[in-house]
Design a protein around this ligand. Structure first.
Ligand code: GCV
Length: 669
């Protein structure tokens, strides 16, 4: 089965029309009419989504009724009843009250699971919970599953599930590979593009509830009244889909746009400027989320210039936001001074301040200690900062993983991080237990397909699903996305699944096997340049990271090297420190390994490296060949679009191999 209506990918995973399955023939027996109880903008979104989806998944004539909470009692019970848990429990005494879902959670029950006969009930703890419940139910229909006996109680694991856009006010996107920004600053606030609704809907459908609109390398103008009015127009759209708007702000704003001579966080005029500005923001956007800040990092202004700390800077903003319930998200991506190893700097800068941050400050930490590499060991700050809220920052944009061209399914990478046992409180202290929020740098742009290729939305989708529930398997998520995007032909599903599940390890092999890192070309970070030795700073040079010499390869972060291992809890530190126990997947991150060192495969490092580069190329070629087998099963346009990208990926994999193998082997002679 193929789709015809999602040719350009615009509909993402919400192309309901394409999901009719064998089972959907009988959905009409169960869903004869729908009633939505209650009134709110969120429930209006529920209604519009139901009309749209059920027309495709169930049939064209399913009547949909809106009931006010009070009128509901006198109405006969419909076959699909949707609303807030309390309203439904009051209306239907047969509805079990026992399992009230957690905040933003929902229950879906049908058949034997409750005593209400053939009624299917979707009940949210809040209106946004109801919306998430509806999308969850629609996924069940998209997967073609039996709906006669449903009993689902679900709620998000993490309260803040956020996409960070690195979008500039001139329309460009830093590390964006799918066109220009979605936000049309030039025509806002007078014209509000309908694509903002489509974006918010896509976000809600996968449980995401927060968006930072602009780049962390921030233009201060975002906080001018002119721009705040534009932001309000977007926030007004987002609100109906449960999406909270945040902004990145420039720490130097008081000086740049406030006519002050300083941005010192302890200066009374600066403090007042931020309080007034924050009050203005909330007068326009009452549910505004807060400020994301990149300070004293890569040239961005921050508190250091005034002899103040990260905590001083963050707390000053937090104080301005606190009366409105807003929060500061302060990034830990700093590597300016101190320490002999870039990987150690964030920990060294932030740990001394743990306990100093106000309650409405979160510190946002990249998944690894360098910068979104194909694979990095987990950042040592996770599980370590115990007195501060910590958010995870992933990158969906694939800056270092083939950008808009390479098909690389990232769920396995994110799970490796979220499931990593930090041992912070003994065994079982996995990273996901220490997160107050999860953010990711978006891969969206204004191309029709949103993310640069027909495959790249898989990572946006997977990110949302993992924020909601990180115990979902990568394969489960992949199957959902494939069914919703490519249809339910079993051969197509299994082939795409196989391609996706192999893609991350393939990319690691052809780019940075055994945890080599940051050997990409300078600036744009696309393609290999391991010999690059001329960066402005030492830690912008590729040779700084791989340290190849005639003895061996890799960065010695053991106790005889930079001792970065000791930023981890003891059992983990010891494991990484010892060449015998360090997982091979992280080998060259932690060790400078002799070329003739024997690995678990029985090969020397030298031979293993060559074998892995070759394996990466073979895997990329095999992904292409597998895709080709789908030619007769997928519409021509979409088949070709993916094929063209896979050809690029294979050519790039060859380039990586052909540059890196001779380069590294030149040291072994
Ligand atoms: C937004 C890396 C990227 C930069 C990015 C920075 C960050 O250095 O290359 O483009 O800047 O990370 O995360 O702040």
């Amino acid at each position: 089965m193929t789709f015809t209506k999602n040719d350009d990918g615009y509909l993402l995973w919400l192309a309901y029309e394409g999901c009719k399955t064998a089972f959907s023939q009988s959905y009409g027996d169960y869903i004869k009419e729908v009633a939505i109880v209650g009134e709110s903008a969120l429930l209006d979104s529920v209604a519009s989504e139901c009309s749209r989806a059920l027309a495709s998944l169930v049939g064209p004539d399913v009547p949909l009724q809106r009931l006010s909470s009070s009128s509901a009692y006198n109405t006969s019970v419909p076959s699909l009843l949707i609303g807030r848990f309390d309203d439904i429990a009051a209306m239907l005494p047969c509805f079990t009250r026992t399992a009230l879902p957690a905040k933003d959670g929902f229950r879906i029950v049908s058949g034997k699971a409750d005593a209400c006969g053939r009624t299917i009930i979707i009940a949210g703890s809040t209106d946004s919970g109801t919306l998430y419940g509806v999308f969850s139910f629609l996924r069940i229909l998209q997967r073609g599953e039996d709906i006669s006996t449903l009993d689902v109680t679900d709620s998000p694991a993490c309260p803040v599930r956020m996409l960070d856009h690195w979008d500039n006010l001139d329309g460009s996107i830093e590390r964006g590979y799918a066109g220009k920004t979605l936000w049309k600053w030039g025509e806002l606030p007078d014209r509000v593009d309908s694509r903002y609704t489509d974006y918010a809907r896509a976000m809600a459908s996968i449980g995401l509830n927060a968006t930072v609109l602009n780049n962390v390398n921030t233009q201060p103008q975002i906080l001018t009244t002119e721009y705040l009015r534009k932001v309000r127009a977007i926030a007004d759209v987002f609100r109906s889909w449960g999406l909270v708007t945040y902004l990145s702000v420039n720490f130097g704003s008081p000086r740049f746009i406030g006519d002050l001579t300083t941005s010192d966080p302890c200066d009374p005029a600066v403090i007042k400027w931020w309080k007034d500005k924050t009050a203005e923001v909330y007068s326009l956007i009452p549910d505004f989320g807060g400020f994301l800040v990149k300070a004293d990092s890569e040239g961005q202004p921050g508190p250091f210039a005034y002899g103040r700390s990260h905590a001083d800077g963050a707390n000053m903003l937090a104080e301005a936001l606190a009366p409105f319930g807003g929060r500061v998200i302060w990034r830990a991506f700093v590597y300016g001074h101190g320490e002999n190893d870039r990987a150690k700097k964030a920990y060294a800068n932030f740990m001394p301040h743990d306990g100093e941050f106000r309650a409405n400050v979160a510190v946002q930490v990249k998944n690894g200690a360098i910068d979104f590499q194909p694979r990095e060991p987990v950042h040592p700050l996770f599980g370590a900062m115990r007195k501060t809220d910590v958010y995870m920052e992933f990158q969906i944009a694939q800056e270092y993983l083939g950008q808009g061209n390479h098909l690389v399914y990232l769920a396995p990478m994110w799970k490796e991080i979220l499931d990593f046992d930090t041992h912070a409180d003994g065994p079982g202290s996995t990273v996901n237990k220490y997160l107050a929020g999860i953010a990711a740098v978006s891969n969206t742009g204004n191309y029709a397909n949103w993310c640069g290729s027909l495959f790249h939305p898989m990572n946006w989708y997977a990110f949302g699903r993992l924020c909601w529930n990180s115990s979902l398997s990568s394969e489960e998520i992949a199957r959902e996305w494939i069914l919703a995007t490519w249809g339910n032909d079993p051969v197509t599903v299994e082939t795409i699944l196989d391609i996706m599940m192999r893609s991350w390890e393939a990319c690691i092999d052809y780019m940075t096997p055994l945890c080599l890192h940051h050997i990409m070309k300078e600036g744009h970070h696309y393609g290999p340049d391991p010999a690059f030795d001329a960066g402005e700073r030492e830690d912008w040079r590729c040779t700084y990271y791989h340290r190849a010499d005639k003895k061996g390869l890799g960065f010695d972060r053991t106790r005889t090297g930079s001792a970065a291992v000791d930023q981890y809890y003891p059992p983990v530190a010891d494991m990484f420190n010892d060449l015998k126990t360090c997982p091979e997947k992280y080998l060259l991150w932690f060790h400078h390994v002799p070329w003739n060192h024997i690995l678990s495969t029985g090969k020397t490092l030298q031979d293993e490296l060559v074998a892995r580069y070759a394996r990466g190329v073979a895997e990329a070629e095999s992904m292409l060949q597998k895709w080709k087998t789908l030619e007769s099963r997928i519409d021509h346009l979409r088949f070709r679009a993916v094929l063209d990208k896979l050809y690029i990926q294979v050519a790039d994999a060859h380039e990586w191999h052909d540059v890196c193998v001779p380069y590294f082997m030149s040291f072994t002679r």
